[in-house]
Each structure stands twice: as structure tokens, then as C-alpha cells.
Ligand binder design. Structure first.
Ligand code: FAD
Length: 546
């Protein structure tokens, strides 16, 4: 038995410090939830695996990491003072600025004293008699609380490629999601990068500019469209500040909680010339318009989707000089927008450089990572630095890494084996007082807007419990069944539900993650907001309280 296991098996109440609430994670979700719980006067502890706040923006320090949400739609809206104080410098803000922002929030609201860093939670066990959770940290330390909030992220469990020899490379090897805090100098170096997903698409143009040579190993291309980032002048920022209320109201009224509203027309109902002009316009504009402000049927109708995919493919062919390379970069197994679309800045042009080589792993698979580099079925490539842009075990990955046990020792991992079981994505079935900020089966999209909604809704629930002297809340099976059905039904018409991606729970680098699952509510953020508001206004009748 390992030391951690021994500690996890100790009686739950032994020597554990007790809080009103424990929050796991100090990213956007954890910071916001802590702020609200402190307002309620609760004694709260945040346990965070990293050495500081920031979550995604703490871990993902790779070159090129930045928002693809408009910066001014990403920040918190809960404090007028903060909105006035903080100036975004770019429309799609880079990681260092995002991290600076989150540090400012933690300092400004004096949140750090309630946060404990270098504290990875390995287990969380419910004590039915005491009505409380006990969490165990990697160090063996334990702590208990009546309420447990997960703020552990949907893209926070990085996965390495399942390739023999992955640990054997003798040079530096970095996953984009665990990037070193010191500068990685690519100058004069031969670099190999595995993966062509969202983080690779941001990193490749930057690394290509610095490295002596960059070899990109691609298993599966992704659609990508231009970000068109630009700086925000002082005057422009003042103007944005004057419109914050309007901006947030607009986000709340769109399906994905971005500023982008779909065009109600159907793609093929529009004359070809007009359709083409509309797509040209969207392609030339900043942000997710090409994905989210497009014709209403491109993500549900095969023909409409084939038309937009052909448009984007043409753009790739125009931008990449070598036609053979261009064809390799055009996805053939899924249509545009059916996986989350990475937005890029010079990604396709990077392949026009003499120092960049694309290796198609369908033609020459990797056999092994060696001390000197990467060996494919064709040859061995020598590298000084390796980059693993191999993504995350999405949505449920961070949950799977914690041993959650509910009443009777039931394990969350087992209950969710075929897919999450929740009510509204806020509480998991059978796990009392476990509140999930941005849990599976919530609406997502522009994530901080979804987080804010979760935090406010859960804070409202706690206020309600306090008013009624309740100490325990849990879901009712019939409503869990209803919500699960709603979530599954909402995903059925979407072409994305027929595609393997982190959003459908597929990750070939994780054992047992090859079957698609429905992990989010895709039935429009507006409907989700309405439904959750109704439940709150109706006095949370869908839950059992004690
Ligand atoms: C590269 C990248 C770019 C992104 N860009 C955008 C964007 O432009 N727009 C957008 O809407 N979304 C974006 N996202 C999604 C992004 O994750 C969210 O915007 C947001 O940061 C989520 O915040 P969070 O606090 O819920 O989770 P996270 O930021 O992931 O924070 C979770 C925290 O929990 C901690 N944690 C997890 N498990 C444990 C444990 N067992 N014990 C202790 N601590 C734990 C982690 O260390 C982490 O710090 C991006 C994601 C990535 C990876």
C-alpha cells in the first residue's frame, strides 16, 4: 500500500482541519468561487496543484499561447472597480498578460491567504454521518468541509503521446500544458513537435521563427482560421470600458456566450456569390465569427458544412505554397467547425518556410521516441528539443485523477464510466454537497461567461440553503435522468457529435478513452441560462435538502 493510499484510508475525521467549504483549483473558476464564498462569510480553503493562481494561464506558457475569446469578453464582470482598473492590451490577449490579470485579481481582493499552493488533491471522500467531505492531498495532509467545489478545469489534465520511449529522450521535452517557467530558447535548435491541435497551431509559427529547424509530426490535421489579433489603444480601451454592460449582455444572449450571433439564414439558400462574399468577410474579421456568426446550419447540415469546409480548404491551398503540404493540412475526416476551431496567426504560412517540415504520420508512423529524437517507419529524426502538443484528457480527465467517493464508498469514476450523471452539470448524481464549477453537462463556449454563471448559480443555492438551515443537498434521480436525456438529445443534431475530439471525450493517448461521450450541454447557452434560472426561482425543487 502506498503512503498516499494509507492516508486516504484513514478515518475521515482524523486530524483534518475543518472548513465551511473547500475549493479544488485556483484558475478562473476557483478564484471567482472563493470571492463569492468569502462574501457569504464562509471559512474557505482553496487547494491548487500549481505554485500560484491562474489555472490554464499558469500552466500553458508555451510561445504563442493566447485567448481566442475577445479579451474584453473573457475577463470577470463581477467588479466594476476591476473593470475600470484593468486595461487589455490586445484584442486576443497573450498568456503573460492573462496571468498578470489573474494575479491582480487575487491580490486586489486579498484572496491569497485562503489559497494553498503545491497542494494536489488526490482523494475526496464523503462522510455520511458527519455530512462533510474530507480531501487528501498528495502530501498526505487532509482537510474537511461541508461543501466541496470542484474548479479543476476542462483542459487541465495534460496527456503525453502513447509512444514507446516517450521518457527516453535525453534533451528537454515539454508538454505545452506544463511549460517551464523559464524561457525555452529555441535559437539554433532542432525542434520536433508532436501534434497539430490548438496549442500546436499557436506554438508552431512562433517556434518556427526562432528554431534552426522545426519538424511537425501530424497524425490528424485540424481546421483553423485566422485570429486577426491587434493591439488595443488607450482610447479604444476606454470606449470598450464604456460598453462593458452591453458587451456582457450580448454574450449572455448568444448560443456560445461569445459576442458572435449566428446568421439565421441557411447557407445553401443564399446565392453562391453572396455566400462567398459573406464567408470572405467573416474570414477577414477577428475572432470566432467564421465559426459562430456563420449561417445557422453549417454545424448541423452535411451539405452546408461541406460548402464551408471547401471554402476554408481553398484558403489553405491559397496560403500554403506546396500543394502536397496543403493537402496534408486539410482535414478529410471531419468538417469545419465540428471540432473546436483553433484560431491562428500565420500557422499555414509557417509551412512555407525552408526550416519547417511536415511529417504525415499516416504515411510514416512514429515507431519510437529515442534518446536522440524520433524514429518513424521511414527514418530517425535528430532533435535538441521535443514539444508534446498532445492535448488534454478533456472535461472528465481532472475528475478521473481524484478518487471521489460518495456515500457507501461509491466512486465517481465508476458512476461516470459511460458518461457524466449530473443535474444541470452543477451537482453530480449521488454525491451530496459536491458542486462543480463548469462541470460536465453545463453549457460552455466562452468559458469565463459559463464559469460566472455556474459560480453565481451555486452561490445562490448556498444562500438558499443557509436561509432554510439546510446542510445537505443532493440531486433527485428523475431529474438527473431528465437532464442527461436533454443533454444527449441536444447533441444529436450536431455534426460534431459524430466526430472524435476532446469535446466528445475521445483521447487515444488515454486508456479507455476511445468511445464518444456527450460531455457538454450543446442546446444553446440562452436555453441553459433560462433553465437554471427557472430552477433557482422555483426554489430548487429538483433537489433534496436536509
Ligand atoms: C491553451 C488554452 C487556451 C484557451 N483559450 C481559451 C479562450 O480563449 N477562451 C475560452 O473561453 N477558453 C479558453 N480555454 C479554456 C480555459 O481552460 C478556460 O478559459 C478557463 O481557463 C478555465 O478555467 P478553470 O478555472 O475552470 O480551469 P483551469 O484554468 O484549468 O484551472 C483549474 C485549476 O485546477 C487545478 N487542479 C486540477 N486538479 C487539481 C487537483 N486534483 N488538485 C489541486 N488542483 C487541481 C489545476 O492545477 C488548475 O490550476 C483555453 C484553454 C487552453 C488550454
Amino acid at each position: 500500500m502506498s503512503a498516499t493510499q494509507a492516508v486516504a484510508d484513514r478515518p475521515d475525521t482524523e486530524a483534518a482541519t475543518t472548513y465551511d467549504a473547500i475549493i479544488i483549483g485556483a484558475g478562473i473558476s476557483g478564484i471567482h468561487q472563493l470571492y463569492r464564498l468569502r462574501e457569504l462569510g464562509m471559512k474557505v480553503r482553496v487547494f491548487e496543484a500549481g505554485t500560484n493562481v491562474g489555472g490554464t494561464w499558469y500552466w500553458n506558457r508555451y510561445p504563442g499561447a493566447r485567448f481566442d475569446s475577445e479579451s474584453w469578453t473573457y475577463g470577470y464582470s463581477f467588479s466594476e472597480e476591476l473593470l475600470k482598473e484593468w486595461d487589455w492590451k490586445e484584442h486576443f490577449s497573450p498568456q503573460p498578460d492573462n496571468l498578470e490579470y489573474l494575479n491582480l485579481v487575487a491580490d486586489k481582493f486579498g484572496l491569497r491567504p485562503d489559497m494553498q499552493f503545491r497542494s494536489r488533491v488526490t482523494a475526496a471522500h464523503w462522510n455520511d454521518a458527519a455530512n462533510q467531505w474530507t480531501v487528501t492531498l498528495e502530501s498526505g495532509e487532509t482537510a474537511s468541509a461541508r461543501f466541496l467545489f470542484t474548479a479543476i478545469g476542462i483542459l487541465s489534465a495534460p496527456t503525453l503521446p502513447r509512444i514507446p520511449g516517450v521518457e527516453s529522450f535525453r534533451g528537454p521535452a515539454h508538454h505545452t500544458g506544463c511549460w517551464p517557467h523559464t524561457l525555452v530558447n529555441f535559437t539554433g535548435k532542432r525542434v520536433g513537435i508532436i501534434g497539430t491541435g490548438a496549442t500546436a497551431i499557436q506554438a508552431i509559427p512562433e517556434i518556427a521563427r526562432q528554431a534552426q529547424h522545426l519538424t511537425v509530426f501530424q497524425r490528424r490535421p485540424n481546421w483553423a482560421a485566422p485570429l486577426h489579433n491587434s493591439r488595443i489603444s488607450k482610447a479604444e480601451m476606454e470606449e470598450i470600458k464604456s460598453r462593458y454592460a452591453e458587451i456582457y449582455a450580448r454574450c449572455a444572449g448568444t448560443p456560445g456566450w461569445f459576442i458572435h450571433q449566428p446568421d439565421p439564414r441557411k447557407a445553401l439558400d443564399v446565392p453562391a456569390e453572396e455566400r462567398e462574399a459573406f464567408w470572405e468577410k467573416l474570414y477577414a474579421e477577428p475572432g470566432f465569427g467564421i465559426w459562430m456568426a456563420n449561417f445557422s446550419d453549417i454545424l448541423v447540415d452535411e451539405k452546408a458544412n461541406a460548402a464551408i469546409s471547401e471554402f476554408i480548404a481553398r484558403k489553405i491551398r491559397q496560403r500554403v505554397k506546396d500543394p502536397k503540404v496543403a493537402e496534408k493540412l486539410i482535414p478529410k475526416d471531419h468538417g469545419f467547425g465540428t471540432r473546436r476551431v483553433p484560431l491562428e496567426s500565420g500557422y499555414f504560412e509557417a509551412y512555407n518556410r525552408d526550416n519547417v517540415l511536415l511529417v504525415d504520420l499516416n504515411e510514416t508512423p512514429i515507431e519510437q521516441i529515442t534518446p536522440g529524437g524520433i524514429k518513424t517507419s521511414e527514418k530517425e529524426y535528430e532533435f535538441d528539443i521535443l514539444v508534446y502538443a498532445t492535448g488534454y484528457d478533456g472535461v472528465t480527465g481532472a475528475f478521473d485523477r481524484i478518487d471521489f467517493r460518495g456515500p457507501g464508498g461509491v466512486r465517481l469514476r465508476d458512476v461516470w464510466a459511460d458518461g457524466p450523471r449530473t443535474y444541470l452539470g452543477q451537482l453530480a448524481e449521488g454525491f451530496p454537497n459536491l458542486l462543480m464549477v463548469l462541470g460536465p453537462h453545463t453549457a460552455r463556449g466562452n468559458i469565463p461567461r459559463a464559469i460566472e454563471h455556474s459560480v453565481e448559480w451555486q452561490t445562490g443555492l448556498l444562500r438558499f440553503m443557509r436561509e432554510h438551515n439546510y446542510i445537505r443537498v443532493e440531486t433527485r434521480p428523475e431529474y438527473v435522468a431528465e437532464w442527461t436525456e436533454t443533454v444527449i438529445k441536444a447533441s444529436e443534431p450536431l455534426l460534431s457529435s459524430k466526430v472524435d475530439s476532446w469535446q466528445t471525450g475521445v483521447n487515444r493517448n488515454v486508456e479507455g478513452r476511445s468511445v464518444r461521450r456527450v460531455l457538454g450541454y450543446n442546446g444553446n447557452g440562452v436555453n441553459y441560462r433560462r433553465k437554471t434560472d427557472e430552477v433557482a426561482k422555483g426554489g430548487y425543487k429538483e433537489f433534496v435538502f436536509r
